[in-house]
Design a binder for this molecule. Structure first.
Ligand code: ZN
Length: 274
C-alpha cells in the first residue's frame, strides 16, 4: 500500500469540494497548496471555455483525474448528443476519464429494469465515440438512495457486469460515499482488478452519522465511519495506482469555509486518515 503521508503527489480535488470558487480560482488555490490534480465539472468548464480551461490546467501542471460528468441516459432524447459533447470536452482537457452518473428512472416510469436497459444501451452507443476520442468512460455506481433520480447502477457488481458485457474503454469510478456499505465491495474491487485499468478513479470523503442531507452533507475524511484505509488498500491491491480524489458536497459546512482552510484540512486528512 502506498505511503501517502509525505506529500500530495496522489491527491486530487474534485472541484465540487471548492464549490464557491470559479474554475480559475480553484486551480490557482490548488496550485498554492501544491496540489496538482483536479476533477472539474462541465458547467464551470463551459463558463470558462473548454480550450481556455485546457490552457489553464496546462499552465499549472494539473492532472485531470476525471470530468464530471456524463450519463443521465434515461433523461430523454438529448442524452446521447450531450454525452458526445462531454466526451469531446474530456478529450480536449486530457481527462483521465469521463465520469458517468448514468441516470435514474425514466420520466413518469416505475420500471427500474427498463432504466437499466436504457443505460446499458446508452453506454454501448457512446463507446465507439469514446474509444475514437481516447476517452475512458467511468461508470460511477451511486448509493441506492439515488436509484430513482440519479443512477440506477448502484453497486460495484452491476458496474463490473456492464464492463464485462460492453468491453474496452469502459471502467469504474469507485466513490467511497456510494459503495462503502456494500457487503460485496471487497470481492467486486478484486474482480475489477482482474481487468487492467478497469478502476479509473477513486473518490474519497466520509459518511457522517447522522447524515443530514443525502446529497449535500458529505463528510471530510476522518469525520465519519468509512474505513477509508481498508478500502484504499483493496483498491490498490487490485492494481489501482491513480489519485485519491476528494469529493465533498457540503452545503452547510465545507462550502461555507475558507477554501484555503478546506484544502489545508484535506491535505492533513489525506495524509493521516486515508
Ligand atoms: Zn464521485
Amino acid at each position: 500500500m502506498r505511503d501517502l503521508s509525505r506529500d500530495t503527489a496522489f491527491l486530487s480535488i474534485n472541484a465540487a469540494t471548492l464549490k464557491p470558487l470559479t474554475l480559475r480560482q480553484a486551480v490557482e488555490t490548488l496550485a498554492r497548496h501544491d496540489i496538482r490534480a483536479i476533477a472539474p465539472w462541465r458547467d464551470r468548464l463551459a463558463e470558462y471555455g473548454v480550450r481556455e480551461a485546457a490552457q489553464l490546467f496546462g499552465d499549472h501542471g494539473m492532472t485531470i483525474t476525471g470530468l464530471c460528468r456524463g450519463g443521465m441516459f434515461t433523461s430523454g432524447n438529448e442524452a446521447l448528443d450531450d454525452n458526445r459533447r462531454a466526451i469531446d470536452e474530456a478529450a480536449a482537457i486530457g481527462a483521465q476519464c469521463l465520469v458517468l452518473v448514468v441516470g435514474g428512472l425514466a420520466p413518469r416510469s416505475r420500471d427500474l429494469a427498463e432504466a437499466r436497459q436504457i443505460v446499458r444501451d446508452g453506454i454501448a452507443a457512446m463507446l465507439p465515440h469514446a474509444r475514437e476520442a481516447g476517452v475512458k468512460l467511468a461508470i460511477e455506481p451511486l448509493h441506492p438512495m439515488y436509484a430513482a433520480d440519479r443512477a440506477c447502477i448502484n453497486t460495484m457488481t452491476q458496474a463490473n457486469d456492464l464492463c464485462d458485457a460492453l468491453g474496452d474503454g469502459l471502467g469504474i469510478a469507485v466513490d467511497l460515499y456510494h459503495v462503502w456499505w456494500d457487503p460485496r465491495l471487497e470481492a467486486e474491487i478484486a474482480r475489477a482488478g482482474r481487468h487492467k485499468g478497469r478502476i479509473l478513479a477513486f473518490h474519497i470523503c466520509d459518511w457522517l452519522v447522522p447524515t443530514r442531507d443525502l446529497l449535500l452533507d458529505r463528510g471530510m475524511m476522518g469525520d465519519g465511519v468509512i474505513d477509508i484505509r481498508r478500502i484504499r488498500s483493496c483498491v490498490e491491491a487490485a492494481g489501482y495506482t491513480g489519485h485519491c480524489e476528494v469529493e465533498i458536497f457540503s452545503a452547510e459546512n465545507w462550502w461555507k469555509r475558507e477554501p484555503d482552510d478546506v484544502l489545508r484540512i484535506c491535505v492533513e486528512r489525506y495524509q493521516s486518515c486515508c
